[in-house]
Design a protein around this ligand. Structure first.
Ligand code: UDP
Ligand code: MG
Length: 315
């Protein structure tokens, strides 16, 4: 019997777990042809999430969990989960039921047809603000322009991955992860299905604008060096203009003599060049920061406890 692992990163999700467990249980009952594993990754939750999962695991052999030593963020929680899944295929799903588990049978169907990565693209984004929709749309357009690999639009992490995709992702050990880009980067046969994204079933979103901005910068800097290129080109253009300007000044001085004055133009040039230089330095700094973090070669996460049916409890 083929085994499907459902990978659920969970951070402070006590309100939704019961509903989630219920819907997942129903999924397993309706699809008896497959064995299911529900792997929860507890990402350092500060509420009852872990103890609820443990209670479920006591009674239900299908439940496995990885308890991380602290909150590492969803990207790291996902790789921690991928490191521990045992299924022939893995479905990554949010704990908050924004991704309907009812879509999973359809994903499995395409997987059986030979697709390695069946991802769900959302038609609508209910329960999200106008501003969030707008910013995310422009951001993805920008990112797509800047990089050669295809970034899937309106697609989250909700997808089914064949074992070989999981093995591929496990080999990517970057610490500042942008998993969304990695799915494209690894390649393999992809299939898109569409769905309507529901609002969160209960609890609070863990995203806020500072987090999203960081995530956006990570996305850009981990998948393209285009910003460096842009700053070089900009530097070149500005130098060219400066050179022309110098020639004009020299010729003017030779013909009409030296006139003191021109304070406004001098200031304008100084401020403009200063701004460009700081911007370029900042861009270079972003990449150096990434190099710094990656060269430390730290482990991505630490596990407090791993539990699965066949695995003995570590404490
Ligand atoms: N999550 C996580 N660690 C974090 C933040 C979020 O594992 O530090 C999980 C969270 O429990 C949920 C998923 O990532 O299962 C998506 O989070 P959320 O619903 O808050 O994000 P949104 O859907 O608003 O983008
Ligand atoms: Mg959500």
């Amino acid at each position: 019997m083929k085994k499907i692992s459902i990978l659920i990163p969970a951070y402070n999700e006590q309100e939704v777990l019961e509903q989630l467990y219920h819907r997942l249980g129903k999924l397993a009952n309706d699809n008896k042809a497959y064995e299911f594993e529900f792997l929860f990754v507890n990402d350092g939750s500060r509420d009852q999430t872990m103890s609820i999962i443990k209670d479920y695991a006591e009674a239900d052999d299908r439940i496995a969990y990885v308890d991380l030593s602290r909150n590492f963020g969803k990207e790291i929680a996902m790789i921690a989960g991928l490191d521990h899944v045992t299924g022939n295929a893995t479905v990554i799903i949010d704990a908050d039921l924004q991704d309907p588990p009812e879509l999973i049978p359809q994903m499995i169907k395409f997987w059986e047809e030979g697709y390695d990565d069946v991802y769900a693209r959302r038609n609508s984004r209910e329960g999200e603000t106008w501003l969030k929709k707008f910013t995310s749309k422009t951001y993805y357009q920008l990112l797509q322009k800047a990089t050669s690999i295809e970034i899937q639009k309106d697609t989250g992490d909700f997808r089914l991955l064949d074992r070989r995709c999981v093995e591929a992702l496990k080999q990517i050990r970057e610490s500042q992860r942008y998993t969304k880009g990695m799915f494209s980067w690894i390649g393999y046969k992809k299939k898109e299905i569409t769905y309507d994204r529901d609002p969160r079933a209960a609890g609070q979103t863990k995203w806020n604008y500072p987090k999203l901005i960081n995530f956006a910068i990570d996305g850009l800097t981990s998948f393209t060096t285009a910003p460096l290129r842009i700053s070089s080109v900009l530097g070149f253009i500005v130098s060219l203009i400066a050179f022309v300007f110098i020639v004009v000044i020299v010729v003017k001085t030779a013909m009409f003599g030296d006139q003191v004055g021109g304070y406004p133009s001098t200031m304008a040039v100084i401020l403009f060049l200063g701004g460009i230089q700081l911007l370029s330095l900042g861009i270079i700094g972003e990449y150096i920061g990434r190099i710094f973090n990656e060269t430390k070669q730290r482990p991505l996460y630490f596990v407090e406890e791993y539990h699965a049916k066949s695995v003995k409890k570590s404490r």
